[in-house]
Design a protein around this ligand. Structure first.
Ligand code: NDP
Ligand code: GDR
Length: 331
């Protein structure tokens, strides 16, 4: 039985990846931080097969202990401070977790490999935010990186550190440069979920508007379930490498609003959206659109869920949650 250690198991991608690996017969060990993280109890209830180990990306010794406990064949480093807007207010924390945390994890893997003689395959959650200021359209593996936020800068550090460990120690370390991917499990601070949650509430009459920032930003949005498949595929290759994972389509926040409101039969949404300067960022990433030809050709990966289907799925899931709240069935 193969064993996998996942950091960030309590996040959106961690859950989808745990499900995928479990379906493939892996022992799934999930790193959870904090002495009383409420997400640990929820995880044990929803995914009882996940073996939880305590640890924090800020603490190398905890990661070394987690490695000993899991003795993994594959490590997926998904843990991060992942909200771009938050990274300006918490720049040092973001650098420590999202940047230096990668170095800690790589070091824990290297040391475990040296001690046990086991070959471990490592996945790093790199991001399209590393492209930042538009240099080339569409963005591919060779596009110049120009990050625009403390989050993006931290991801660049982790990305190059992963390449460095591959080149210095011959580690099987791969990075997936994933473009935005969403699902009903997406945190409500991110724009897709913020919109689908608000649309559901507006449709049910429990809210009357939504406050947003820059409606002109464009993103290449895919479905998280499709994207975790790519992570696993990367680690099944004989040679470690870096791959862009994207749909190849881009949409603005306005288009997101069009699609989401249409699901509940609202065509004219302008009067329901308030522009709030608090949601604008000090430096914006205007346009992301990825070229995932390399992953499609070498991994045989392709996305299955399109943009309209994704947003429809999210609105429907939020309608369900919000209706249950109204009926007093959930908190
Ligand atoms: P989430 O924000 O949903 O999950 C982040 C996870 O990181 C949570 O499990 C969180 O734990 C954990 N975490 C935070 N701080 C620490 C820490 N100090 N030590 C250990 N774990 C920690 O992110 P996603 O699932 O959306 O993304 C997964 C990864 O992929 C992240 O690295 C993200 O930056 C990256 N990424 C995401 C993309 C996307 O569109 N979703 C695109 C490209 C990259 P807790 O629950 O305790 O807070
Ligand atoms: P992003 O996702 O920053 O691309 O990072 P987010 O959904 O937060 O923002 C996307 C775009 O929407 C604009 N926007 C708003 N965003 C939020 N969150 N709230 C608003 O009210 C709002 N109004 C407009 C933003 O300005 C931005 O242009 C996500 C994260 O998952 C990262 O961890 C990951 O690396 C990248 O995707 C790829």
């Amino acid at each position: 039985m193969k064993s996998a250690l996942i950091t960030g198991i309590t996040g959106q991608d961690g859950l989808y990846l745990a499900e995928l690996l479990h379906s493939k017969g892996y022992r799934v060990v999930g790193l959870v931080r904090g002495q009383n993280n409420p997400k640990a109890a929820r995880l044990t209830e929803s995914h009882p097969y996940v073996d939880i180990v305590s640890g924090n990306l800020l603490d190398l010794s905890s990661l070394m202990r987690a490695m000993t406990y899991a003795n993994p064949d594959e490590v997926y480093n998904l843990g991060a401070v992942s909200f771009v807007a938050y990274s300006w207010q918490n720049a040092r924390l973001t650098s420590d977790v999202t940047g230096t945390g990668v170095l800690n994890m790589l070091e824990a893997v290297r040391l475990h490999q040296d001690t046990t003689g086991k070959d471990i395959r490592y996945y790093q959650a790199s991001s399209s935010e590393m492209f930042g200021k538009v240099q080339e359209v569409p963005q591919r593996e060779s596009t110049l990186l120009w990050p625009r936020s403390p989050y993006g800068v931290s991801k660049v550090f982790g990305h190059y550190m992963t390449i460095n460990y591959r080149e210095s120690y011959g580690m099987h370390a791969s990075s997936g440069i994933l473009f935005n991917h969403e699902s009903p499990r997406r945190g409500p601070e991110f724009v897709t979920r913020k919109v689908t949650q608000a649309v559901a509430r507006i449709a049910l009459g429990t809210d009357d508007s939504i406050a947003l920032g820059n409606l002109d930003a464009q993103r290449d949005w895919g479905f998280a379930g499709d994207y975790v498949r790519a992570m696993w595929m990367m680690l099944q290759q004989d040679i470690a490498d870096d791959y862009v994972i994207s749909t190849g389509e881009t949409h603005s926040i306005r288009e997101l609003l069009d699609v989401a409101f249409k699901v509940v039969g609202i065509d004219d949404w302008e009067h329901l959206v308030r522009i709030d300067p608090r949601f604008f960022r000090p430096a914006e990433v205007d346009l992301l659109i990825g070229d995932s030809t390399k992953a499609r050709e070498l991994l045989g990966w392709k996305p299955e869920v399109g943009f309209t289907e994704l947003i429809t799925m999210m609105v429907e899931a939020d309608l369900d949650i919000e209706s249950k709240k109204l009926a007093g069935k959930v908190a």
